[in-house]
Design a protein around this ligand. Sequence first.
Ligand code: ZN
Length: 242
Amino acid sequence: MSKAVALNLPPLLAFGAHPDDIEFGAGGIIARETRAGRRIHFVVCSRGEAGTNGTPAIRTREARAAARILGTTVEFLALDGDARLELKSAHALKLAAIIRRLRPGIVLAPTTEPNQHPDHWRLGTLVRDATRLARYGGLRALKRHAPHAVGQLLFYALSPGSQPPAAPILIDISAPGIVATWTKAMEAHASQMKTRNYVELQLARARVLGLDAGVAHAQALWPNDPLVFDSLAALGRGARRF
Ligand SMILES: [Zn+2]
């Protein structure tokens, strides 16, 4: 991919409640996009301190290693802590300040479906609020950076149970090397492999979605708002083979 093309891709900002969320929920898409030259930044909103396995120091190291593998940058944001995240306007303002600072075209966050770790849906809700607040010109708490309108807010689902009922958009991650890079990034979270094989689960989900779409592997995202295309010709194809 040439530099000229890469420069035209607006940056992507991904939020995760825990140190491995983004990698497990959208890591294949991330690997695909960084390879295309898109700049991607992760904001991780806890150190995974409530997890059964791994200390905060280990989880932080694992997240940094995974980000390196995927070609992204990462920062950690302290909110209420792992398993204690609450819906507070102060949090939404903090997230909005990050959105204004980084000015992404695309924002990723966990889905807001309630049947999952409460930090996931609460963070998804806070990010949705934050994308609104980032646009509003009159907020004194955000005046350090100019208002910013995000192009698209897209949600990723960490498990089948956290998938919204609406049809997702599917991103083909079958290009050579993408699934391998994604797998390495998930495996960087070695402390999380002790209780359940999360890597296998995510690869199986991507394989099923890929089969449905007629490609080897795909990952799903759910847009918060209707997507706008310039014409029908710009639409991707549908996953259903009639
Ligand atoms: Zn999580």
